[in-house]
Design a protein around this ligand. Structure first.
Ligand SMILES: CC(C)(COP(=O)(O)OP(=O)(O)OC[C@H]1O[C@@H](n2cnc3c(N)ncnc32)[C@H](O)[C@@H]1OP(=O)(O)O)[C@@H](O)C(=O)NCCC(=O)NCCS
Length: 148
């Protein structure tokens, strides 16, 4: 298993990115300015994109594990990798997600804690209603983790 940066042709992994963020125009808002990593084992299993939000804050904008390899620890490994890679360089790692128990459980289990809410994020910025686990997403829940 290895995790490597992807600096060119990031859209090669669009099908993975769309698992975490289903509207391509929203992905376009952070993909080029963000830093992307790919986890292979041995084929492509997971991707993530992080952005420098200024003031020592890094934000995880996209994290996706291919469906047949989910619940095998790859998502957590990606978060652990980010924590190690960016400790010392940033003081906080944020992640924003829908108010959905499965995803919130995942991020809590990785060490994130709820920080604040971006009200109406999904209804304001997406051009269609976003549904997850049978629920329409409205607010974005932002969780945070200290990097030391
Ligand atoms: C969310 C996601 C990144 C998690 O990655 P993963 O590799 O499947 O998760 P892991 O195997 O590392 O899970 C670690 C822990 O998180 C929790 N967890 C993960 N998925 C969960 C789920 N669906 N329901 C409840 N808890 C979950 C569990 O505690 C799990 O540990 P366990 O399997 O020993 O019980 C992955 O499921 C995914 O890509 N989903 C689709 C895209 C997405 O929703 N991305 C996040 C949007 S911001």
């Amino acid at each position: 298993m290895e995790i490597v940066p992807v600096t060119e042709k990031k859209k090669r992994y669009l099908s993975l990115l769309l698992l975490a963020d289903e509207q391509e125009s929203m992905i376009d808002r952070y993909l080029e300015r963000g830093t992307m990593f790919l986890l292979t084992d041995p084929e492509a299993v997971a991707v993530c994109v992080v952005t420098d939000e200024g003031g020592g804050v890094l934000e995880l904008k996209n994290l996706a594990v291919t469906p047949e390899r989910q619940r095998q620890g790859y998502g957590r490994r990606m978060v652990d990798f980010l924590r190690e890679r960016y400790s010392g360089e940033f003081h906080t790692l944020l992640v924003g997600t829908g108010d959905v128990p499965s995803t919130l459980n995942f991020y809590r289990s990785c060490g994130f804690r709820p920080a604040f809410v971006r009200e109406n994020f999904f209804t304001r910025w997406y051009d269609h209603p976003i549904w997850e686990d049978g629920k329409q997403l409205v607010d974005m829940v932002v969780l945070s983790m200290e990097l030391c």
